[in-house]
Design a protein around this ligand. Structure first.
Ligand code: HEC
Ligand code: HEC
Ligand code: HEC
Length: 378
C-alpha cells in the first residue's frame, strides 16, 4: 500500500478505496456465484407467479454463499457442519429424532427454519460454543442483524438445501414481495433517494450517472426514450442477458437483484427511464458543470482508472500499476496510452481492455492535468 499521497485528496482517496473495494467485492462475488435468474424475487412488479421453483432454488444457492454468509462457516474447514457435502434433509430427520431435541419442529422444513432463526434450540454435538457443553450455538440468527435475511430469502435457502440432494421442495413460492412487509428491516434501511441508491451500490464506479462517474459501463443519463422500463430493469438485475454494445460482459455486478430492495430498484428505474433526451448531458460537458473537476485525483476516481490500475494506494490489477509510471514513460507516451491505449500495449497486459474513448470524455485541460500528475509519479 502506498499512502504517501495525502493532502487535499486524503479523504477522497479513502472513500475511493472504499467504493473500489465494493466494486471488487461485487465482481468477486459475481464471479464466484452462479448467476441469479432474471426474475428478481424482490421485484414487486414482476408477477411473482412467474417465478419458478428452479430460480427460487438458485436464489437460495446464491444467498448461501453470498448475503447469507452461510458458506463462511458451513464449509470443509470443520467450523460448522459442511452443509454442501452432507445430506441436510436426512441429517435434519435424524436430529428431530434425537433425544436432545426439545424444540417444537415436526418436519424437515420447520426444523431447518428453526435452525436458521433460532439456532440455539438444538446445537449439533461438538459444534456448540466452547465451554457451553453444546448448549449455546455459535451460529447467528440469520433473520437478525447483521445477516438480516427476509422470510422469502430464508425460504429460498431452505428450498436450496432440500433441492440440492434431490428432495422435493416443501416451501412454497413467495406470493408477496418482501418490501410489501413494512416490518422488514430492509425496508427501514433502504436508501431513499436516487443519490443514496447510486452511492450505496457504487454505480458511479463504472457508469456516468448524476453528472459523473467512470466509463467501464455505458453512460446512464441517456436511457429515456431508448429503453423501456422493463429493459432498464433487466439491465440492472440481469446485466448479462443483454450486453450493451462495446462493453464487456461479466463486469457489472450480477447480484444486485438480491441486494436491492424493490423500492431501490424502482427509484433507479424511475430515474433512468425519465432522464435523457433534453436533459441528456454529453460526457464532455460534465467538466464544465464542475461535476468532474480537473484535479488529477478526482479524475482518476471519476474516470474509474482504479478499476484496473493501482494508483494512489489502491486499485485493480487488470492494468499495470501507475505509481512509478513517470519513470517508465515520458509525458507524450503517457498521453498516448490514455487517449489511444492500443497504440502501444504494456508488456504482459491484454490489449482492448482499457477504454478507448477517454479522449472524448476528457477536456484537453483535464488530459493535461492527468498526464502531468502521472508523469510526476516516479
Ligand atoms: C458464524 C458461523 C455460522 C454462520 C454464518 C451460519 N452458521 Fe449455520 N451453523 C453454525 C454452527 C457452528 C452450527 C452447528 C451448531 C448448531 O447446531 O447450532 C450450525 C448449524 C446449522 C444448521 C443445523 C444443522 C443440523 O444438523 O441441525 C443449519 C441448517 C444451518 N446451520 C444453516 C445455516 C445457513 C443456511 C446459514 C446462512 C444463512 C448459516 N447456517 C450460517 C455456524 C454458522
Ligand atoms: C463494476 C462495474 C459496474 C458497476 C458497479 C455497475 N455497472 Fe452497470 N454495467 C456495467 C457494464 C460493463 C455494463 C455493460 C455490459 C452489460 O450490458 O452488462 C453495464 C450495463 C448496465 C446497464 C445496461 C445499459 C445499456 O446501455 O444497455 C444498466 C441499466 C446498468 N448497467 C445500471 C447500473 C446501475 C443502476 C448500477 C448501480 C446500481 C450499476 N449499473 C453498477 C458495469 C457496472
Ligand atoms: C478497464 C480497465 C482499464 C481502465 C478503466 C483504465 N485502464 Fe489504463 N490500461 C489498462 C490495461 C489492460 C493496460 C495495459 C494494456 C495497454 O497498454 O493498453 C493499460 C495501460 C495504461 C497505461 C500504460 C501503462 C504502461 O505501463 O505502459 C496508462 C498510462 C494507463 N493505462 C492509464 C490509465 C488512466 C489514467 C486511466 C483512467 C483515466 C485508465 N488507464 C483506465 C486497463 C485500464
Amino acid at each position: 500500500m502506498n499512502n504517501e499521497i495525502k493532502a487535499p485528496g486524503g479523504v477522497l482517496v479513502k472513500s475511493m478505496g472504499f467504493s473500489l473495494a465494493l466494486v471488487l467485492l461485487f465482481t468477486l462475488v459475481a464471479n464466484l456465484l452462479p448467476q441469479v435468474e432474471g426474475e428478481a424475487p424482490v421485484d414487486q412488479e414482476v408477477d411473482l407467479g412467474a417465478l419458478t421453483m428452479d430460480s427460487y432454488v438458485a436464489l437460495g444457492e446464491t444467498l448461501f454463499s453470498g448475503k447469507g454468509t452461510c458458506a463462511l462457516c458451513h464449509n470443509d474447514l470443520g467450523r460448522a457442519p459442511d452443509i454442501l457435502a452432507i445430506n441436510m434433509v436426512e441429517v435434519a430427520k435424524q436430529h428431530l429424532q434425537d433425544e436432545r431435541y426439545k424444540g417444537p419442529a415436526t418436519d424437515v422444513e420447520s426444523y431447518l427454519y428453526e435452525s436458521l432463526v433460532d439456532p440455539g434450540v438444538y446445537v449439533v454435538k461438538d459444534y456448540g460454543k466452547k465451554g457451553s457443553n453444546d448448549t449455546i450455538s455459535p451460529m447467528p440468527a440469520v433473520d437478525k442483524s447483521p445477516i438480516e435475511l427476509s422470510e422469502i430469502e430464508i425460504n429460498a435457502i431452505i428450498a436450496f438445501m432440500q433441492a440440492k440432494d434431490g428432495y422435493d421442495v416443501t416451501v412454497s413460492l413467495p406470493t408477496e414481495a418482501p418490501a410489501a412487509d413494512p416490518t422488514s428491516p430492509e425496508v427501514v434501511e433502504s436508501a431513499g433517494t436516487i443519490e443514496e441508491v447510486v452511492a450505496k451500490y457504487s454505480c458511479q464506479a463504472c457508469h456516468v450517472i448524476l453528472g459523473s462517474g467512470g466509463d467501464l459501463g455505458p453512460g446512464l443519463e441517456q436511457m429515456a426514450g431508448h429503453f423501456t422500463r422493463e429493459e432498464i430493469r433487466q439491465g440492472i438485475i440481469a446485466p448479462d442477458e443483454v450486453i450493451a454494445e462495446g462493453f464487456p460482459p461479466g463486469v457489472m455486478p450480477q447480484d444486485l437483484a438480491e441486494q436491492m430492495t424493490v423500492k431501490e430498484l424502482d427509484i433507479l428505474v424511475d430515474y433512468l427511464a425519465s432522464h435523457g433526451k433534453s436533459t441528456a448531458t454529453p460526457p464532455a460537458a460534465t467538466s464544465s458543470e464542475g461535476a468532474v473537476d480537473s484535479s488529477a485525483e478526482s479524475m482518476i476516481s471519476s474516470f474509474g482508472c482504479q478499476a484496473c490500475h493501482a494508483i494512489l494506494g489502491s486499485g485493480g490489477k487488470l492494468g499495470p500499476g501507475l505509481d512509478g509510471i513517470g519513470s517508465r514513460l515520458n509525458a507524450e507516451e503517457i498521453r498516448q496510452s490514455i487517449i489511444d491505449p492500443n497504440a502501444v500495449i504494456a508488456k504482459g497486459f491484454p490489449s482492448g481492455v482499457m477504454p478507448l474513448n477517454y479522449s472524448e470524455q476528457m477536456s484537453e485541460e483535464q488530459l493535461d492535468a492527468l498526464v502531468a500528475f502521472l508523469w510526476e509519479r516516479k
